[in-house]
Design a protein around this ligand. Sequence first.
Ligand code: FES
Length: 90
Amino acid sequence: MATVEVKNDGGKVEVPDGSLLADIDGKCSVLFACKSASCASCKVKVLEGMENLEPPNDLEKAGLEIFATDPSERLMCQCKLKKGKIVVEY
Ligand code: FES
């Protein structure tokens, strides 16, 4: 199992290794509006564990070009968590 910690919530969500993080919609306070990398409601700053995320897919790359202001930012709706733990905040 892998773990997603959202600093704003002070809690953790456990997910199977290899999970798409859009699957934690409703289990944390991150908002997932479009789930297609076009609104940035799910944009987070990765504080720990960037190495545990798969590299951005083409859709996320396009969204990050528009919305990201820092290389530590990711769009949660497009991220896949390989294993281990990530800590994020928004
Ligand atoms: S939910 Fe809209 S960009 Fe992720």
